[in-house]
Design a protein around this ligand. Structure first.
Ligand SMILES: Nc1nc2c(ncn2[C@@H]2O[C@H](COP(=O)(O)OP(=O)(O)OP(=O)(O)O)[C@@H](O)[C@H]2O)c(=O)[nH]1
Ligand SMILES: [Mg+2]
Length: 465
């Protein structure tokens, strides 16, 4: 699983971050009552600690049953513990995992005992950070660990698993080797400054640079899907007051989440619920109705609706099938398009045989009351969520915002390199742009010497991970 660049990187970085030899410990499971809780420690003194606590150097990777006694001899719990000898552990260091009864008080006592024996409390994400620094994971894989923990849907899980297994790393390796190939053709010439690169070689490198630009653009296009996978498809329910927006939300999530009443203007503020549809998860937002002549309070509700609309991936425009199609405020109307909007004609129980009129959006008849049309609505929602997938490769590649930023800078450098080649600028300048692009590519999988950036990245993890 380790990425070929990662271990070289780790060697370079260990110096940079002053990789101290301390041993960290933390609770790896959530605080609360559960069947079991897991405490773990990682670092140079782990083997010694295991000997001290359990009276022997445990064989690696074998779960053992033992009494856990605190330093003072007090029995804390009977536990299962597993010792992992570095480098064959998650962090790459000697690691100890202790499973105790899932009582937060017991787990806390275990952690306190490990601290009393010389461990230091782990920072958020520090186990994974050590895994990265020790070359066990590249940076995109470390991020995938986080995605895996937070995945809420089948697709998000599949994408995280593939990234953990190096899908993005492999994609980047391919780009890096193509870039290096182009760069090598130029660098060879730089050694002979009196001769410029022959025009046919310039042309060949330009073709390669253009093809790399296209590949980078393709990868950047997966950012939207990445966001959709990581945060859910932001699906905003809009429409006239009383159209049945809240009723539909309740029906979809299967409980009385939002207040419903026959009085228009019931929903004043927006509310959010996660909804799993097939392999996707939607972040469903119910909003205040869009009114032609709002009162002051309704206007404030509508402003919130518009804020939500501005961030939407998808719109469910709920239209009361018993009434004429209402006009929407222009700012909202401008956001709707055939690719992001479903016109949902509600209350068709009151209009048997109703057929939706032609609109520039796919239209569906439903009844939030009877449930009619909701199975079809789910299918359409799944297809709409699938449509965010921009990459048709076998593996799901869906970049995150950090990757997107590095790729944007890579694309800019490639653009400047292409201009330089086309306009016959000095070849050194072209080479320097290509090296800039190489540095941006490298950031994605972890050729990073920026400790502040690593701090930000790993601090978003939980403690114990
Ligand atoms: N017959 C019928 N009535 C419905 C249906 N859906 C909603 N209603 C009724 O329509 C009224 C308004 O429903 P709500 O869900 O509160 O409508 P809303 O769009 O959230 O309204 P606001 O929050 O005021 O904007 C309620 O009396 C619902 O019972 C439906 O499919 N069929
Ligand atoms: Mg409502």
């Amino acid at each position: 699983m380790a990425f070929p660049f990662a271990s070289q990187e780790a060697v370079a970085l260990r110096g940079a971050v002053n990789f101290s030899g301390d041993t960290i410990a933390a609770l790896a499971t959530p605080v609360g009552t559960s069947a079991i809780a897991v405490v773990r420690a990682s670092g140079v003194s782990v083997a010694g600690l295991a000997r001290e606590i359990f009276g022997e150097t445990p064989p690696p990777r074998v779960a053992q049953h033992a009494d856990y006694r605190a330093q003072g001899g007090e029995l804390i719990d009977d536990v299962l513990f597993t010792f992992f000898a570095g480098p064959n552990s998650y962090t790459g260091e000697d690691t100890l995992e202790v499973s105790c009864h899932g009582n937060p008080f017991i787990a806390q006592k275990l952690v306190e005992d490990l601290l009393a024996r010389g461990c230091r409390p782990a920072e958020p994400g520090e186990f994974t950070r050590r895994a990265f620094l020790n070359g066990r994971l590249d940076l995109s894989q470390a991020e995938a660990v986080m995605d895996l923990i937070h995945a809420r849907s089948e697709r998000a899980l599949a994408a995280a698993n593939q990234q953990l297994r190096g899908s993005l790393g492999r994609r980047m390796e391919g780009l890096i080797s193509r870039l290096l190939h182009g760069l090598a053709q130029i660098e060879a010439q730089i050694d002979f400054p009196e001769e410029d690169l022959p025009p046919e070689n310039r042309a060949a490198v330009l073709v390669e640079v253009e093809s790399l630009r296209a590949a980078v653009a393709q990868l950047r296009a997966t950012a939207r899907y990445g966001e959709v996978l990581r945060t859910g498809v932001r699906t905003v329910i809009i429409g006239e007051p009383n159209a049945g927006k809240s009723s539909l939300l309740n029906r979809l999530v299967g409980r009385e989440r939002a207040l419903v009443s026959a009085e228009p203007g019931t929903t004043r503020d927006y509310l959010e619920e996660f909804l799993t549809v097939g392999p996707h998860v939607l972040r469903l937002v119910d909003t205040a109705g869009l009114n032609q002549n709002p009162t002051a309070l309704e206007r404030r509700g509508m402003e919130k609706t518009m804020e939500q609309a501005a961030d939407a991936d998808l719109f469910l425009w709920i239209i009361d099938a018993t009434r004429p199609i209402p006009a929407l405020p222009e700012v909202v109307q401008a956001l709707l398009g055939a690719g992001n909007t479903l016109a949902v004609f509600n209350k068709v129980d009151l209009r048997p045989g109703f057929a939706p009129p032609a609109l520039p959006y796919p239209a569906l008849p439903v009844s939030a009351l009877s449930g009619e049309g909701l199975a079809r609505l789910s299918e359409v929602l799944i297809a709409a969520a699938d449509a965010f997938r921009a990459d048709s490769g076998e593996e799901i590649v869906a970049i995150n915002a950090r990757h997107g930023d590095a790729l944007r800078r890579a694309a800019e450098a490639l653009g400047r390199a292409a201009t330089g080649l086309a306009e016959e600028r000095p070849i050194e300048l072209v080479a320097s742009e290509m090296r800039e692009c190489l540095a941006c590519f490298g950031e994605i999988c972890g050729r990073i010497d920026n400790e502040a950036m690593l701090d930000i990245l790993f601090s978003s993890f939980c403690i114990g991970k």
